[in-house]
Design a protein around this ligand. Structure first.
Ligand SMILES: *Cc1c(COP(=O)(O)O)cnc(C)c1O
Length: 362
């Protein structure tokens, strides 16, 4: 049976580790976008709220709506709201990031149409990532208009381009300095007292001087700091395992799988596992790049990963039908498997298909 096991005790551990790292007044914004990186947004969000997480964040409106429909009452920030969803944001009390003048105009119209004032919003400023956010001039225009806008400015934020770089990093220092200037500019101009935030998970570890009033943590809550030494302080919350459905004995020279992806170099034993690229097991893991752990022994993936199945070489592994095969867990971290596919833990996790059953450990 294939199962993605999610250990909510490990989530609590990671949450506490981050708390220890942060100054007391620094809020935590738990990032649960993309179905909480594949681990189940509702369960993760409920747990984070129970742990004391002050804010939740999602990427798009519909993700916030799903949380509201599940009864989650905590404030929810929406990082990348789209103009066509402004009505739904208001309907579900979701707090958008204002990141462009076009979005600000659309959102103002919607809030006014609902007859509301002081609607909670967050200002997203571009300090060098050049992805999404208001430029310096646009920020000033916004601040000038703010007294007439039906908004309550709850927070102001920006995003580092290279938070994974260790110090010293001139580019990141310049971004931090730009954000500090922005902070003093805004503090001098607005009556509201928004909170300021710049860092994602990696930033929390690498740039403690830039914690400001809040941090936006995703991957670290799920057990990864993107740095070996800091990884040791966290616990991966997810384990993916399956079990052997069939075993074949293969003669030297016989082929296995589509397009004869593997030719047995000697008489071999192979096992078939019920996961494939439709489940997020990338084809890049085929041809012995990736593999599984069976009874703690490495069994490489042979030939091409199929849509629903893949095969591993178990010639050197003493195992039988029904035995567990681990793709990643706390001892075999997912970032190592991701690297074998030429990717990162984020992509591996968010790519795990909905067919995989999620099981929670409370
Ligand atoms: C996804 C996201 C985060 C969280 O990043 P992690 O590296 O997972 O901590 C933080 N801020 C923004 C704006 C994001 O889009």
């Amino acid at each position: 049976m294939t199962q993605l096991t999610i250990d909510l005790n490990a989530l609590a551990h990671n949450y506490q580790q981050l708390r220890k790292l942060l100054p007391q007044h620094t809020k935590m914004i738990g990032v649960v976008k993309a179905n909480a990186y594949g681990f189940g947004a509702i369960e993760i969000a409920k747990q984070l709220v129970a742990l004391g997480c002050e804010y939740l964040a999602v990427a798009y409106a519909q993700e916030g709506i799903a949380l509201r429909k599940a009864g989650i009452e905590a404030p929810i920030m929406v990082f990348y709201p789209l103009r066509e969803n402004t009505d739904r944001l208001v309907q579900y009390r979701l707090e958008p990031a204002l990141y462009s003048t076009a979005f600000i105009t659309a959102f103002k119209t919607t809030v006014e149409a609902h007859g509301l004032k002081d609607y909670p919003v967050h200002l997203k400023c571009n300090t060098g990532l050049n992805r999404i956010g208001l430029s310096g001039n646009e920020v000033n225009d916004f601040l000038d208009q703010l007294p007439q806008l039906p908004f309550q400015l709850c927070s102001v934020y920006s995003h580092l381009a290279a938070s994974e770089n260790e110090q010293p990093c001139a580019f990141t220092s310049a971004q931090i300095d730009r954000f500090k200037e922005l902070q003093s500019n805004i503090k001098s101009k607005v009556e509201a007292t928004p909170f300021f935030h710049l860092l994602n998970s990696s930033g929390c570890f690498n740039y403690p001087e830039a914690h400001f009033d809040a941090v936006r943590t995703g991957i670290a809550l799920y057990g990864f700091a993107n740095r070996n030494d800091w990884d040791q302080t966290l616990k991966p919350i997810a384990s993916l395992s399956t079990s052997i459905v069939q075993i074949h004995t293969i003669k030297k020279g016989e082929s296995v799988g589509y397009n004869q992806g593997w030719i047995a170099p000697k008489d071999s034993r192979i096992a078939v596992l019920p996961l494939g690229h439709a489940d997020g097991i990338q084809r890049a893991l085929g041809h012995e790049k990736g593999g599984v752990w069976i009874r703690n022994q490495w069994a490489p993936i042979i030939g091409n990963v199929c849509m629903d199945l893949f095969m591993v070489d178990i010639s050197e592994v003493n195992c039988s039908i029904g035995d567990r095969a681990v793709l990643f867990d706390q001892t075999h971290p997912a970032n190592v498997l991701a690297e074998k596919a030429g990717t990162i833990s984020y992509e591996l996790f968010t790519g795990l298909g909905q067919r995989i059953e999620r099981k929670y450990i409370y």
